[in-house]
Design a protein around this ligand. Structure first.
Ligand code: FMN
Length: 255
């Protein structure tokens, strides 16, 4: 694992624009680069408004299926009296694929911020990040970032000084390709054998610990903070700006 290549002059890097910049790994450095502003704005809105922004952006899941992220989040019903969970799929076991690994290595706070926004939007107090067991350096970076976020009050009982509780738990997987499948990942998180579950029920109905759960890929969640929030009055303009930097086939930003 070394330093990344420089971008081509005609590229507009979004998620990878701070790759190679070691200062961006720290919370102070992330804040200097505009980090945690989106979370602050999101916490000032209702969960439904945050979901609407993500829907409008056209963001699609980067875990493989390209499922619309805002639509997935809208399946969760905050305030239904049940505990909700967000799972971040950082298992990345596809041979030769290291996009999620690089996000966690270089910009761990982008993922922490994306998880915090996602958890708030779906009414979850707890987000689990399930990291592939072999990813030793990314695991360390992410653990450090989460610890810093707690120390600075970004996470915890009053996240960013709001009345919202947001917890993130980083979980090290044992290194099994199948645990990248969403329901196998949930079994593994629960301490069970990592085998897929029969669907339905889908995770939004009965997921982690049998409770409503949303699962998203690392790149999907890290792509959420760069979306300008709040939704109004910038919503339309921001969706257009965002789509300009997106790959047309997936509506997701190129790394
Ligand atoms: C065998 C198998 C392995 C998978 N491995 C991964 C993986 O390593 N990382 C990942 O994000 N999604 C993986 N997926 C897809 C997840 O089940 C799930 O759809 C995805 O994490 C949802 O995130 P998204 O909506 O942000 O794309 C895998 C699916 C299957 C069937």
């Amino acid at each position: 694992m070394g330093y990344p290549h420089k971008s081509h002059p005609r590229e507009t890097p979004v998620l990878s624009r701070h790759f190679g910049d070691t200062d961006a790994r720290t919370l102070a450095g992330w804040r200097q680069r505009g980090g945690y502003r989106a979370l602050e704005q999101a916490l000032g809105q209702t969960p439904a408004e945050v979901v609407a922004t993500v829907k409008e952006s056209g963001l699609r899941g980067r875990g493989g299926a390209g499922f619309p992220t805002g639509l997935k989040w809208s399946f969760m019903k905050p305030g239904d009296g049940k505990p909700h969970y967000l799972c971040c799929n950082a298992d990345e076991s596809e041979p030769g694929t290291f996009k999620d690994r690089e996000i966690m290595r270089w910009t761990p706070h982008a993922l922490v911020e994306g998880c915090a926004i996602g958890a708030y939007a779906i009414g979850a107090e707890t987000a689990y990040i399930y990291v592939r067991g072999e990813f030793t350096e990314p695991l360390q970076r992410l653990t450090d970032a989460v610890r810093e976020a707690y120390d600075e009050g970004v996470l915890g009982a009053r996240a960013m000084g709001s009345g919202t509780r947001l917890d993130i738990i980083v979980h090290k997987g044992a290194g099994a390709y199948i645990c990248g499948e969403e329901t196998a990942l949930m079994n593994s998180l629960e301490g069970r054998r990592g085998v897929p579950r029969i669907k339905p029920p889908f995770p939004a109905v009965a997921g982690l610990f049998g409770q409503p759960t949303t699962i998203n890929n690392v790149e999907t969640l890290a792509a959420v903070p760069p979306m300008p929030l709040p939704r109004k009055p910038l919503a339309f303009a921001s969706a257009i700006a965002f789509s300009r930097i997106c790959a047309p086939s997936t509506n997701s930003p190129r790394m």
